[in-house]
Design a protein around this ligand. Structure first.
Ligand code: AHM
Ligand code: MG
Length: 334
């Protein structure tokens, strides 16, 4: 068995050798990883831990909250609020920002997260995850929601933890993508892959096909061509996968290629898409780009979008570069 490097050592080396991350950011990422371990334990207990089912509340998006959504949100806040590395946090499960209480020291970072992505899969024992994104707070006194409204290109760290057959943490600090697997006996994340690459071409796409009749013409055209396979203009057969947890679908694509799409559709025409820009699309876009893939909203690079609201939504096309370029081209030509 090879001797594995722990997440702690990986981060120390990033700080020491490459000067990629300041010590406060290293501390922050360690704390996020610790919180993910706690969430992983709760997920693992399932019905034995009374964490299944719905709570009697809705989040700001009007979605019914699952008990685990709330537990994961609390775990992330409690783990991160006292360390002195953060100024504030924002989450899918909270309407406004959570400013670090003044009984604790204030740090210079902003943390955003989707504490439990793929909520509809909790009760059926299918992979779910936590997605996170870190920004630097702009200079100035205090902290406000406005400070969070920075394009994804300003992220200083991003990642996710997927709670599946294994618990896997995937991270970028702008120096490629590293993968850590949770060793439950040791209780630590160990580096299992570095410099992940997404193949430029693929024969696999991921989209919720039940929404087909609601899509715009460019998405119809792209998926139609995939479905025609060898009999159509693409000259190859495509396979389709849809877990219904963005973390799991994007993890598959980071591992073996593919294209993930959650486009705008006519069900809610006033919304640009279902997924949230700041704590779902941006961190995933950066990971995908760091692995050599691409991520657009159909027209522009997702990470170039300047958000105007915390819970802003966006259309998403990400994964293997040549496929993302093709579906983006169809949008531009339309
Ligand atoms: P959530 O953050 O409330 O769990 O919602 C986001 C999820 C994504 O993980 C996934 O890609 C998508 O919603 C699935 O949507 P659908 O149920 O329409 O297939
Ligand atoms: Mg989500």
């Amino acid at each position: 068995m090879p001797k594995r490097i722990s997440l702690t050592r990986y981060l120390v080396e990033q700080q020491r050798m490459d000067g990629h991350i300041p010590s406060q950011l290293r501390l922050l990422l360690e704390v996020v990883a610790r919180a993910c371990k706690r969430i992983s334990q709760a997920v693992n207990k399932g019905a034995l831990g009374e964490v299944m089912g719905s709570a009697e509340s809705e989040n700001v998006q009007g979605e019914v909250q699952k008990k685990l959504d709330i537990i994961a949100n609390e775990v992330l806040i409690e783990a991160n609020e006292w360390g002195g590395h953060l100024a504030a946090m924002a989450s899918e499960e909270m309407e406004g920002i959570y400013v670090v209480p003044n009984r604790y020291p204030q740090g210079e970072y902003l943390l955003m997260f989707d504490p439990l992505d793929g909520s509809s899969n909790i009760d059926v024992n299918v992979s779910i995850g936590t997605i996170f994104s870190v920004l630097l707070k702009p200079e100035g006194v205090g902290v406000s929601e406005q400070d969070f409204l920075q394009p994804g290109g300003k992220q200083v760290a991003a990642g996710y933890c997927v709670y599946g057959p294994q618990t896997t943490l995937v991270l970028t600090v702008g120096d490629g993508v590293a993968v850590f697997t949770l060793d439950r006996e040791q209780g630590s994340f160990l580096l299992t892959e570095e410099n992940l690459r997404v193949p430029e071409d693929t024969k696999e796409f991921a989209i919720n096909m039940s929404n087909q009749r609601h899509w715009a013409a460019p998405v119809q055209k792209y998926v139609d061509e995939c479905l025609q396979g060898k009999d159509g203009s693409r000259g190859k057969d495509f396979n389709m996968r849809w877990v219904g947890s963005m973390v799991a679908d994007v993890h598959r694509i980071l591992t073996r290629g593919g294209v993930f799409m959650y486009p705008w559709d006519r069900r809610e025409p006033e919304k640009p898409g279902k997924l949230r820009l700041m704590y779902e699309a941006n961190p995933m876009s950066w990971l995908i780009e760091q692995a050599g893939g691409a991520a657009t909203d159909g027209k522009q690079r997702i990470m170039d979008i300047t958000p105007t609201q915390l819970h802003e939504r966006v259309s998403v096309f990400m994964g293997s570069k040549n496929e993302v370029e093709r579906v983006t081209r169809y949008h531009r030509e339309a």
